[in-house]
Design a binder for this molecule. Structure first.
Ligand SMILES: NC(=O)c1ccc[n+]([C@@H]2O[C@H](COP(=O)([O-])OP(=O)(O)OC[C@H]3O[C@@H](n4cnc5c(N)ncnc54)[C@H](O)[C@@H]3O)[C@@H](O)[C@H]2O)c1
Length: 313
């Protein structure tokens, strides 16, 4: 069933590249979501992604209790990006974002960052996370990681009876901006990391090949790379008790949640565990609260997860 409010797919007049915006819902308020820039096999893959991700943003905003709906945008990279082409496609995309008149407000996502929001902002005011020197709050990776750590505290307490994961083996799959900060925050745990990019390997943590990350024996798995990583097959092969991570849309389909539950594996939905970035950004940029107050709102993810797991207080 079609449940999105609006989907527009456009060929950019400067770049000739395809960009798109999907608004899933504005029922709770203007829709927010990231602008993803990546290569896809087919345009239909990109459309499927933008529809899935925009719906996940509606769930994320609802669970976080912020007065916004969910949207997402995608820039389909179909050739090597020179700096000129990158700028052109961002300007093309900015025109599309602007046509939504504020019903979609864009933030960075995989493949884009605060500096790209500066380019969008040349055409549209409807952007978040400009660099701090431009009056924005910059990258939201820090608050996102903080939210994941809050979710981990609550879930760890539920599963292991301890909040700090002391001595527990934790596998962080995806050693990028968020994964790295989550690993750093798990000071008491025995952390192993994994990434498709071998250059990210470090002596500080154990290392496991990405193909093995979802099969190794451990206590906790933190998906911090890409979506679609929990399929019926990977769920059947997991040897962990707890899965909590920032990667959006971790399940290949909703039924995988039941498979995990049947196996006694506790999974905290990604739209709850990954909400720290959106909570922080909206608190600072829309509500105008200070850094510490915004972080307190992020830390409330711990309470949300306690309530979700029936250990609320
Ligand atoms: N940054 C945020 O504020 C934020 C907010 C909400 C959700 N997320 C989600 O969290 C995840 C991580 O975000 P990020 O900002 O750290 O991204 P990032 O691009 O900085 O890091 C992702 C890392 O995953 C690696 N990777 C890619 N494919 C992989 C694979 N198959 N197996 C293992 N590693 C792989 C990449 O090499 C990279 O190091 C993404 O799914 C993102 O959508 C991020």
């Amino acid at each position: 069933m079609w449940e999105h409010e609006r989907l527009v797919v456009r060929t950019g007049k400067r770049s000739g590249m395809t960009t798109m915006v999907a608004v899933h819902s504005t029922a709770a308020g203007p829709a927010v979501g990231g602008c993803r820039m990546k290569a896809y096999g087919q345009i239909t893959d990109a459309v499927a992604d933008v529809l899935r991700l925009s719906k996940a943003m509606t769930l994320k905003c609802a669970a976080a209790g912020v007065p916004h709906g969910g949207a997402k945008s995608v820039i389909v990279v179909d050739r090597p990006l020179t700096p000129e082409l990158r700028r052109d496609v961002l300007l093309d995309h900015a025109e599309l974002v602007d046509e939504f008149g504020g019903t979609y407000r864009a933030a960075p996502d995989v493949g884009t960052g605060p500096e790209d929001m500066v380019v969008l902002n040349e055409i549209t005011p409807f952007v978040y996370c400009l660099p701090e020197e431009r009056g924005g709050t910059g990258s939201s990776s820090g608050p996102t990681a903080r939210g994941v750590l809050a979710a981990l505290r609550a879930a760890s307490n539920h599963v292991f009876g301890t909040e700090d994961l002391a001595g527990k083996k934790v596998v962080v799959s995806g050693f990028g901006a968020v994964g790295r900060l989550v690993a750093e925050g798990l000071t008491a745990a025995d952390v192993t990391v994994s990434d498709v990019d071998e250059n990210r390997r470090t002596d500080r943590y154990g290392w496991v090949h990405p193909d093995e990350a979802y099969r190794v024996e451990a206590d906790v798995l933190v998906p911090a790379a890409v979506g679609g990583v929990l399929s019926p097959e990977t769920a059947a092969g997991l040897k962990v008790k707890l899965v909590v991570g920032p990667a959006n849309n971790q399940l290949t389909d909703d039924g995988v949640a039941d498979l995990l539950a049947e196996r006694g594996i506790v999974w905290v939905p990604d739209h709850i565990a990954s909400a720290g970035g959106v909570i922080y950004t909206l608190a600072r940029e829309d509500d105008g609260v200070d850094h510490e107050t915004a972080l307190k709102r992020v830390d409330a993810i711990e309470t949300t997860v306690r309530e979700l797991l029936g250990t609320g207080r």
